[in-house]
Design a protein around this ligand. Structure first.
Ligand code: VAH
Length: 316
């Protein structure tokens, strides 16, 4: 059986649905910290879980005969800067609980890393797979350390844990929480509601991004790859898109001609400035055939179409 920890999050919501489509609804146990009533989940099986309690987690794994864990729960970059030690504790203790149970109970694990592992001392574009990773955010520090723990558990104990350095993810199914790249999600909601958006990231700041449909497919493809093909046991670089707030605004204007973009950079600009504009993903392409499918135009079209339906917005 598969356990998705953080199933109510931005990635978890769509990954749980994709896993249930692939393996069957009853084979995928969704878990999050909130009681079912407070979640977007309308489909069981769902369990309220405090993954910070190792005993509680192991009891669940054994009782439910879990064989694979997707550990997606984490505090993102902007939230992490407000509570750095909380972010460190939650992101690291959660991962180490999962890795240690994976060791004792032979679990296969997926854990999301991020382009936030890169910092201002690395190359600004096409960050290599093996690069200088000196992040300047608490979130980035937890992702670098987390990647090294994943590789340690693989090297020392043979734990089959796999990871992807996700760029900023854009999705319509669930609102993200506390990310720096989330301007690229909020903009769609505001554009449909008010035909305007005030971006907290400057017009010309390019960031690596990916549509959630590509991110979910990348995750399943990596998890399906034969173990002996994998040459990276920290986190794979994957690249799909790179765009600036201005380029995104112009693409939205093609669909909503009266849309107006404004700019009011805040502290999240400093985080964005520390990240690369793109990454070199040749290892992912060579090891497990990674290939993006959504370009900026396709992503904007799909986002607006789904959000109009989902939110019953009056379209122009
Ligand atoms: C964040 N969406 O903004 C996440 C992601 C690369 C960005 O890690 O924190």
């Amino acid at each position: 059986k598969i356990l998705v920890i953080g199933a109510c999050g931005q990635i978890g919501t769509e990954l749980t649905a994709a896993l249930r489509l692939k393996y069957g609804q009853d084979q995928v146990l969704a878990a999050d910290v909130r009681p079912l009533a407070d979640t977007p989940f309308d489909s069981p099986p769902y369990v309220q879980l405090n993954f910070m309690d190792k005993m509680e987690l192991r009891t669940l794994v054994l009782k439910e005969k879990i064989g694979v864990v997707y550990h997606l729960a984490a505090m993102l970059s902007a939230s992490g800067e407000k509570q750095p030690l909380v972010a460190w504790d939650l992101n690291m203790k959660g991962l180490l609980n999962v890795l240690d149970i994976a060791k004792s109970d032979q679990l296969k694990v997926f854990w999301p890393s991020s382009i936030a592992v890169f910092g201002p001392t690395g190359p600004k574009a096409f960050s290599p797979q093996h690069a200088i990773t000196e992040p300047t955010t608490a979130y980035g520090i937890s992702k670098v350390a987390g990647e090294l723990w994943c590789r340690y558990y693989f090297d020392q104990y043979g734990v089959d844990v796999r990871s992807i350095r996700y760029p900023g993810l854009i999705s319509y199914a669930a609102l993200p929480g506390g990310g720096t790249t989330d301007y690229a999600v909020d903009i769609f909601h505001q554009a449909l509601k008010y035909r305007q958006y005030t971006s907290f990231i400057k017009a010309h700041t390019a960031l690596p991004m990916m549509y959630m449909a590509d991110a979910v497919r990348a995750t399943l493809e990596l998890m399906d790859a034969r173990a002996e093909k994998l040459t990276v046991r920290t986190g794979y670089n994957v690249h799909a898109l790179s765009f600036t707030p201005e380029q995104l605004a112009m693409e939205i204007e093609r669909h909503l001609p009266t849309f107006k973009m404004f700019y009011k950079p805040d502290s999240r600009q400093l985080i964005a400035d520390s990240w690369p504009t793109s990454v070199d993903d040749r290892h992912a392409r060579n090891d497990w055939g990674w290939q993006p499918e959504y370009d900026l135009s396709a992503m904007v079209t799909d986002m607006l179409t789904h959000l109009k339906q989902k939110l019953q917005y009056t379209g122009a």
